[in-house]
Design a protein around this ligand. Structure first.
Ligand code: UT7
Length: 323
């Protein structure tokens, strides 16, 4: 059975770090409130010279180096982002050019914070059907550009960054002992599109717009939807929650990720948490967390990892993989 193996991981963060105290000089908030309600202590904010493209390219180069593969081997690039450099062409094609790749396909995928899960699922499907042999799946965001820096309910939550994985097809036995992506489930429900959205866009306003969110509503749905899709994905692979070595969640709110882990009986020591220093980086948060835990030696080859996310749309999903 054809499997999509994770060959390498990489990430990139803007140089500038903004602490909660820094934000409290802009809006009426405090380090205590932000830490207690979210778990976030600081985030990285892109300079004018750092963009979704430049961060994504750096993360991709680091993932290729980690995989020991040449850029020329890649025949598919998917960039999950809601903050592209330009309305078009796709940031994926800009990164393709930066990497010196001239063949294969490159496109962006828009599923907001669930973008990386959607992109992994799409790449895996294209690889298993034989369309692509090696892929770069990148989550890259500069949410600082679409925040309303006067709105304390949202501007304290997000940060900028990028993460990438290199996938390559390999043969497995068809059992959950295989390496690579073992199961994935994605969902959406557009009835909730007004709970988390950007109030501008090329067709409707001709502007970029700002992020708007009903935080409490999103929170409520997040815990329910994430727990359900995690259970669905675990069942699809025929494993138990106990078998999971590392839970690598989208980093939106510490209470959400600890609450969903608890619902499934995943112990707190097995959760990879980076939101304290990254904030919510939307589609970049899972590969950023994955890279941190691989590089510090927590996630090892053969470990079973469960990734999940929920975001605007609503969209949500989970991917189970053996690293
Ligand atoms: O990645 C995409 C998915 N996004 C999410 O998963 C986010 C989900 N939502 C959340 O994480 C939480 O709802 C938030 C962290 C956004 C907010 O936490 P909350 O516990 O739901 O707070 P709240 O919105 O109910 O606000 C509580 C109080 C309000 O004051 P009153 O009305 O009780 O007097 C807010 O005005 O906290 C106030 N508040 C703040 N105070 C200080 C809101 N933002 C701030 C702030 N600093 N930054």
């Amino acid at each position: 059975m054809r499997r999509s193996l994770i060959m390498g991981v990489g990430s990139a963060l803007p140089e500038r770090v903004m602490t909660n105290d820094d934000i409290s000089k802009i809006v009426d908030t405090s380090d205590d409130w932000i830490v207690e309600r979210t778990g976030i202590r600081s985030r990285h904010i892109a300079s004018d010279a750092e963009t979704t493209r430049s961060l994504g390219t750096l993360a991709a180069q680091r993932a290729l180096a980690d995989a020991g593969m040449a850029a020329a081997e890649i025949d598919l690039i998917i960039v999950a982002t809601s903050t592209p450099d330009l309305t078009f062409p796709a940031t994926a094609t800009l990164i393709q050019a930066d990497l010196g790749i001239t063949g294969g396909a490159a496109f962006d995928l828009q599923a907001v914070c669930s973008g990386f899960i959607y992109a992994l699922t799409t790449a895996d499907a294209l690889m298993r059907c034989g369309q692509s042999a090696s892929a770069l799946v990148i989550g890259s965001e500069t949410f600082s550009r679409i925040l309303d820096w006067q709105d304390r309910a949202t501007c304290v939550l997000f940060g900028d960054g990028a993460g990438a994985v290199v996938l390559k097809t390999g043969e497995g036995q068809g059992s959950n002992a295989d390496r690579g992506i073992l199961a994935s489930c994605i969902h959406s429900d557009g009835r909730y599109s007004d709970k988390l959205y950007v109030d501008g866009g090329p067709s409707k306003t001709g502007t970029v717009g700002h992020l708007r969110m009903e935080g409490r509503e999103v929170f409520k749905h997040a815990v329910t939807n994430i727990a359900a899709v995690m259970e669905e994905t675990i069942a699809a692979a025929g494993i138990r929650a106990d078998d999971i070595d590392w839970f690598v969640p989208h980093q939106a709110n510490r209470r959400i990720l600890e609450g969903t882990a608890r619902k499934l009986g995943i112990s707190a020591e097995r959760i990879v948490i980076t939101l304290d220093r990254h904030g919510n980086t939307s589609a970049a948060s899972i590969p950023l967390a994955l890279d941190a835990a691989v590089k510090d030696g927590r996630i090892k080859r053969g470990n079973l990892i469960l990734m999940e996310a929920m975001g605007g749309g609503f969209t949500w999903g989970a991917v189970l993989a053996r690293y």
